[in-house]
Design a protein around this ligand. Structure first.
Ligand code: ATP
Ligand code: MG
Length: 320
């Protein structure tokens, strides 16, 4: 049977190289082979912040990022959370299938709480992984291209699917996560590259902005460049970035730089990243003119139809 692919992003800011090598590259390949849904998770934004007045702009920018990397709305259903109320209705029975202890144990949720600027942790922070189960299961998704931080959430979805089927009869497939070439790309501060942590090389930045960011990245004073993740994580991280963009190994690049020191390393990384992103950035500009709102309206409609069918099935299975 053909896989159904579901994945998505929060509209919290511009997409970056972590997204590209963690998930976007896989999506672009899969869209030719499988039915695919891409979710703009706008409700998930309010787990740990408010972005009133900014959310529409972020969604437009996110759509432009999708088009820039080559996602094709003719092949992919792109939709937003808040346009599909059935997702929230699915969340309710799903919440009854997991324990509070299971919600509290999620390591990604713990990490996000640690990095959050909000003092009070919202209830949604603990329940959004179940929301995500609804996102994946509404379309009977079987394959979920994501970065490593999402593995606990996909595990939660598998748990919900299994328990639902056990309790009410076989309705859902049990989906698999699919990790990208680089399941955890680190940012210029050494932590997970994230939209909201100010450490990301974004797809839409200019070449000068990219150069300035890389110039500020931390390195060390050893002139001989080596790839040593344990002892020289900052240098190793920069080498990894360049290697991904060039399709080469970081060890190779280190040898090539030799005694060039941090300056030569940063020059190489800047050139590699800007070269890699050039066609993506060019395509992004070409698309900026298109009416991306229409793409979303059509995607919302298709996703909603699918969600209504699944919710009917769920209600019938539960005897409602
Ligand atoms: P935020 O900081 O607002 O949570 P984010 O950068 O974590 O933003 P998300 O929208 O939460 O981005 O994640 C979208 C997808 O991209 C997920 O599948 C996630 O696993 C993947 N992803 C995000 N950051 C990275 C990264 N640094 N390396 C690999 N994959 C990543
Ligand atoms: Mg995130």
């Amino acid at each position: 049977m053909k896989d159904v692919v579901l994945t998505g992003d929060r509209p919290t800011g511009p997409l970056h190289l972590g997204h590209y090598f963690g998930s976007l590259a896989n999506r672009v390949e899969l869209q030719d082979v499988h039915p695919m849904y891409v979710l703009i998770a706008d409700y998930q934004v309010i787990t740990d912040r408010d972005l009133p007045g900014q959310i529409q702009r972020n969604i437009t920018e996110l759509l432009l990022d999708y088009l820039a990397v080559g996602l094709d709305p003719a092949k992919v259903t792109i939709f937003r959370h808040s346009a599909i109320p059935e997702l929230n209705q699915l969340m309710l029975p799903f919440l009854s299938l997991v324990s509070v202890a299971e919600l509290q144990r999620n390591p990604t949720v713990k990490d996000e709480i640690a990095h959050s600027s909000q003092r009070a942790v919202s209830g949604l922070m603990f329940t959004y992984p179940v929301h995500q189960a609804a996102d994946i299961l509404f379309c009977k998704g079987t394959l979920v291209p994501v970065g490593r931080d999402q593995l606990p959430h996909v595990e939660m979805t598998r748990l919900v699917a299994r328990r639902f089927n056990e309790r009410y009869g076989e309705v859902f497939p049990v989906p698999e996560a699919m990790m990208g070439e680089q399941p955890l790309l680190r940012g210029l501060d050494g932590g997970k590259m994230s939209k909201s942590r100010g450490n990301a090389i974004t797809l839409s930045a200019t070449e000068d902005e990219t150069a300035a960011l890389i110039r500020k990245a931390r390195t060390d004073t050893d002139r001989l460049i080596t790839f040593d993740e344990a002892h020289r994580p900052e240098v190793a991280n920069l080498l990894t970035l360049a290697a991904l963009c060039l399709g080469r190994s970081p060890q190779d690049l280190a040898e090539e730089i030799g005694y060039g020191g941090a300056a030569a390393l940063k020059r190489l990384v800047t050139e590699a990243v800007n070269e890699f992103l050039r066609p993506i950035r060019k395509r992004r500009k070409e698309h900026a003119e298109y009416d991306v709102r229409q793409i979303l309206a059509e995607g919302n409609e298709r996703a909603r139809e699918r969600a209504v069918t699944t919710l009917d099935e769920v209600r019938a299975a539960m005897g409602f």
